[in-house]
Design a protein around this ligand. Structure first.
Ligand SMILES: [Zn+2]
Length: 283
């Protein structure tokens, strides 16, 4: 199906097979969406992506995410947090601003927060400090956390364990780890966020056999757009920019790996997202 307004191809969804999906991680305030954000949102809706969580990754992007969410009530929600890449921006002022924002109804989770030693764009000690403080914020705000971890598993788990019992809920966003990492997360009762990384035949193939080991009630789906374009889309989009309209493609890959229908997986993951983030039911 071609959208004649934009000339872009979107997955065809007929009424009979209408599914409802929730993209729990979309960086919709990213500059790459600035020129056509409404069209991106319309394509998402047409593809069955009925609700989305706009990721906050700094104080500034959290402010933008809240503004965007408040302009689209019941469809868009936001997270409030500082990504480990920006942990060096963490300050008492940022902490107090996030604490204020965290109280707003648009904010349904704290994060994205965590540790990223792969790039170490901020010094690890600052990352750990910002992570600790955001977990404490999540506890005081009574909201779940949206977690990022890359090449920092041991420190990440150690810090998370200190706070886990007091957290209302948590999702390991963009899970790309090993069977052992997954086992550890499941044992900590984390939700697991799966992105289009799983569609990457070079670096995502190890995830396919792990899909069956995730309890249905702990599975969530996300695009992490504009990043992580699914590599196996047919036909290949002209742009490398990922967007929420591709979530059904990711969902179909996960459903196949679990031996479920797309409809089953959509129903389950949508219910999971609504439960974890306390989202209203809409169609
Ligand atoms: Zn991330």
């Amino acid at each position: 199906m071609t959208n004649h307004t934009t000339g872009r191809t979107v997955p065809a969804v007929t009424t009979a097979e209408r599914i409802h999906l929730i993209d729990i991680g979309i960086n919709l305030t990213h500059r790459s969406y600035a020129a056509d954000r409404d069209a991106v949102m319309a394509r998402a809706q047409a593809a069955g992506v009925v609700q989305m969580l706009v990721t906050g990754s700094s104080a500034a992007s959290t402010r933008e995410a809240v503004a965007l969410a408040s302009a689209h009530p019941r469809r868009l929600f936001a997270t409030a947090g500082v990504h480990p890449h920006y942990a060096d921006e963490w300050s008492a002022q940022v902490a107090s601003e996030l604490a204020t924002l965290a109280g707003s109804s648009e904010i349904v989770a704290i994060g994205e927060c965590g540790l990223d030693y792969y790039r170490n764009l901020s010094p690890p000690a600052l990352q750990r400090d910002a992570f600790h403080q955001q977990l404490e914020l999540a506890v005081s705000a009574g909201k779940p956390v949206f977690l990022h971890q890359r090449d920092a598993q041991a420190d990440f788990v150690a810090i998370l364990r200190e706070h886990r019992a007091h957290l209302s809920g948590a999702v390991a966003h963009c899970f790309t780890g090993t069977a052992a990492d997954l086992e550890c997360y499941l044992e900590m009762q984390l939700f697991i966020g799966i992105t289009g990384w799983i569609c990457d035949e070079r670096r995502g193939a190890h995830l396919l056999p792990l899909m069956r080991t995730i309890p249905a009630q702990q599975l969530l789906l996300e695009t992490d757009g504009p990043y992580l374009m699914p590599r196996d889309l047919e036909p290949k989009p002209a742009s490398r920019r990922n967007e929420p309209a591709y979530l059904p493609h990711i969902a179909a890959t996960v459903a196949r790996a679990r031996g479920e229908t797309l409809a089953q997986l959509a129903t389950q993951t949508t219910a999971n997202a609504r439960q974890l983030f306390h989202l209203p039911i809409i169609h």
